[in-house]
Design a protein. Structure first.
Length: 573
């Protein structure tokens, strides 16, 4: 590559140029860089590598291929890692309070690293749930040329001749408790469900946000698809490294890519794939970093008019590997674009528009994973927004694969997930109940835990059609059944969910998009007047700090003013 970069216009000039920066340059010489290396743009190559879970263990390998691409295209890569909290490990106990908080820590830590060392661009490689939006948030916040790359999904495990994922184990716990699975079979399942590196294989949060990365334009076409263990991932790493240098040369920045239109494209893909309800937290948070108003209700409007096309687990039959082999995210985008559901004029990290990227893509009618827009699995999206007297600030439910979209029943209230899980395991709930798990919101948790252990136990017992569950917390993308999350205002703020009593009748209608409690306005007001805030044990440390600053779920559970409040943009320092 013969491109000559003008360092006088790049942030790294503050640490590399002129006599006053001799001490700074001495550090780079100590690490083996040459004067020629120091004169090139500095590209931060960040991965969420760790040994916490299989989602992340292949990321450092892929980061090396990114670095090779950066070098080949005329840049100097500077590798660093940030944290990630893996939901599969954190699930079902107090550790899950760390999960959503980690999204903010990831974004903040990347910002601090890039600011502190004056990097000119970013390539981010992420594997597990919150690390994907966390890196994307950092990219648009800093607004330096950036490329995102997913680390890839895990290959499906095999149990009794069938493909299985980690969700089958969570549901197996419920089957075992109900006497439907032996301890020997549960053990056999647990040792075979997760065969190697990669994020959970169904259309859970990681794969949902990986699809988003392509649809929103921050990732190269097809890069979301190959499983983590495929060596082809490394070629996407090299290509991502080269691509970011082209973006530097052309001064194409994340906020040129992430616009209202591209956020709408991202929401379309979530709905079309029956993706995780967590996307309704992450898309508003990414939009917030750009100063764009795009809350839960804006996301839900897109969901309402998008056909459900991809037959993916947990509501369907297939996993991420199958979608990749059937044609990948671009093939899904192609049929959505041809059907008029996408904005084709959005810029992407290829330097081309979405429509230009998809020009040569053809829909393969022989594959079975994705439907064309003319023959959807259902005419509206796999995720639905709700609103009503129980959720004035909104709520969300994943309906992919569900046949009954209405439920009415008496409330059975629990003030934490552990109590609800114990009641489910011990069969102390009654068919027809609406299980209410509250004080699990962003402030009240704190940290807005996911409820997969409880919902999977119900499903595993074969009882999911007989219950509904609502919470001011969240659900895993792996959750299935009538499970409603993000109910706002949350209980810790005195929202209606915190005023419920056992026996109150709750009416859910996912066709109309309503969530109501059958109480009068006067009765709710009387209860609110008698309500007192609940204290938590988290009165110090990061969870306390998070609870003081976090905003409501419908706005993305963000912790700072975002682009609308910024006095400068890092990229312009």
């Amino acid at each position: 590559m013969t491109t000559k970069f003008d360092k006088s216009k790049l942030p790294s000039r503050h640490v590399t140029e002129g006599p006053a920066r001799a001490p700074h340059r001495s550090y780079y010489y100590a690490m083996g860089l040459t004067a020629e290396d120091i004169a090139k743009p500095f590209v931060g190559v960040v991965s969420c590598w760790n040994e916490a879970a299989p989602c992340n263990i292949a990321l450092m390998r892929q980061a090396q291929s990114v670095k090779a691409g950066v070098k080949e295209a005329g840049g100097t890569p500077r590798e660093f890692c940030t944290i990630t909290v893996t939901d599969g490990i954190a699930m079902g106990h107090q550790g899950m309070k760390s999960s959503l908080v980690s999204r903010e820590v990831i974004a903040d830590s990347v910002e601090l690293t890039v600011r502190g060392h004056c990097y000119d661009a970013i390539v981010g490689v992420a594997g597990c749930d919150k690390s994907l939006p966390g890196l994307m948030m950092a990219m648009v916040r800093l607004n330096v040329p950036s490329v995102f790359m997913y680390g890839g999904s895990i290959l499906p495990g095999k149990f009794k001749g069938k493909d299985v994922t980690v969700v089958d184990i969570f549901e197996g716990v419920g089957q075992h408790a109900a006497g439907k699975m032996s301890a020997e079979d549960l053990f056999d399942l647990e040792i075979h469900a997760c065969p190697g590196a990669g994020a959970c294989g169904g259309q859970f949060t990681a794969n949902t946000m990986a699809c988003v990365s392509e649809a929103i334009g921050l990732a190269l076409p097809y890069s979301a698809g190959p499983p983590a263990e495929y060596q082809s991932r490394d070629s996407y790493g090299t290509a991502s490294g080269k691509a970011v240098m082209e973006l530097v040369a052309r001064n194409i920045r994340p906020r040129d890519i992430v616009t209202r239109k591209s956020l709408e494209n991202a929401a379309v893909v979530v709905a079309a794939t029956g993706g995780s309800t967590n996307a309704a937290l992450h898309l508003p948070a990414i939009a917030h970093e750009c100063g764009i108003d795009f809350d839960l209700f804006a996301v839900a409007e897109i969901f309402k008019k998008t056909p459900y096309l991809a037959d993916l687990k947990p509501g369907g039959q297939f996993v991420a590997k199958d979608m990749y082999e059937a044609g990948g995210v671009p093939m899904l985008l192609k049929t959505l674009l041809d059907g008029g559901f996408l904005h084709g004029d959005c810029m992407t990290v290829t330097g081309k528009t979405l429509a230009e990227n998809l020009r040569e893509v053809k829909f393969d009618p022989a594959q079975q994973v994705m439907r064309p827009v003319g023959n959807p699995l259902s005419p509206t999206g796999g995720v639905v927004g709700l609103r009503g007297s129980l959720a004035p600030d909104g709520a969300i439910v994943k309906v992919a694969g569900m046949s009954n979209l209405k439920f009415r029943g008496p409330a059975r209230c629990f003030d934490c997930e552990e109590d609800a899980f114990a009641a489910v395991q011990e069969r102390r709930i009654t068919r027809g109940d609406v299980i209410v798990i509250r004080y699990e919101g962003p402030k009240g948790g704190p940290g807005m835990r996911e409820m997969l252990s409880t919902t999977a136990a119900i499903y595993g017992q074969g009882e999911s059609e007989h219950f509904a569950l609502i919470t001011d917390g969240r659900f895993s993308g792996a959750t299935r059944g009538m499970c409603i999350g993000h109910v706002g205002p949350e209980a810790a703020l005195g929202g209606p969910i915190g005023l419920l009593r056992d026996g109150d009748m709750i009416a859910i209608d996912a066709e109309k998009g309503t969530l109501d409690v059958e109480l009068s306005v006067d009765e709710l007001a009387r209860r609110k007047a008698a309500w007192t805030p609940r204290t938590t044990i988290y009165t110090s440390g990061v969870l306390h700090k998070y609870a003081q600053g976090v905003g409501p779920a419908h706005a993305g559970a963000v912790t700072h003013p975002g682009a609308k409040g910024e006095g400068h943009v890092y990229a312009d320092i």
